[in-house]
Design a protein around this ligand. Structure first.
Ligand code: RP5
Length: 164
């Protein structure tokens, strides 16, 4: 199976990014995580993303906050699919990272998830790998069914308590 690369601009992103790691692990999807910054360590970020396909990766997830250029810079160096996670900040709330990540020019796509949307970034990566992996597709279907069951259980509890 192809690996997922998880890049984050800072180790301060880890509390959110670890949710992507946990989600990938729950599907048995191999991943590597690295702290590479488009601004602070541009050479390392460039080198990693340019060689990612040859190194066995199938998808790259990039989490970055503030003037978030990591996902766009990664996408510029590879034709692997890149998923961007805009990180919430204390000053502008992540809107700056959202706009920096989502507003890519034509030709260099980044699939941008919600601010701090690490779980969905991982699920999207799993869905991409599941295009050519039937077992992974079955795991995704089971995950959805379980999520549906949990909501229906909550609905049943609310209906039982409040509907007279
Ligand atoms: C971004 O700047 C990082 O992705 C992080 O979200 C933000 C702040 O980084 P630190 O100053 O906490 O290292 O590059």
């Amino acid at each position: 199976m192809k690996k997922v690369a998880i890049l984050m601009g800072s180790d301060s992103d880890l509390p959110i990014v670890s949710k992507a790691m946990d989600t990938l692990a729950s599907f048995g999807v191999p991943y590597e995580a690295h702290v590479y910054s488009a601004h602070r360590t541009p050479a390392q970020a460039q080198s990693f993303t340019a060689s990612a396909r040859d190194c066995g990766f199938g998808v790259i997830i990039c989490a970055a906050g503030m003037a978030a250029h990591l996902a766009g810079a990664a996408a510029a160096n590879t034709t692997l699919p890149v998923i961007g996670i805009p990180m919430k900040s204390s000053n502008l709330g992540g809107m700056e990272a959202l706009l920096s990540t989502v507003q890519m020019p034509s030709g260099i796509p980044v699939a941008t998830v919600a601010i701090d949307g690490a779980v969905n970034a991982a699920l999207l990566a799993v869905e991409m790998l599941a295009i050519s992996d039937d077992l992974l597709a079955e795991k995704l279907a089971a995950y959805r069914a379980e999520a549906t069951r949990k909501v229906l259980d909550k609905n049943a509890a609310v209906e039982a308590k409040y509907n007279i």
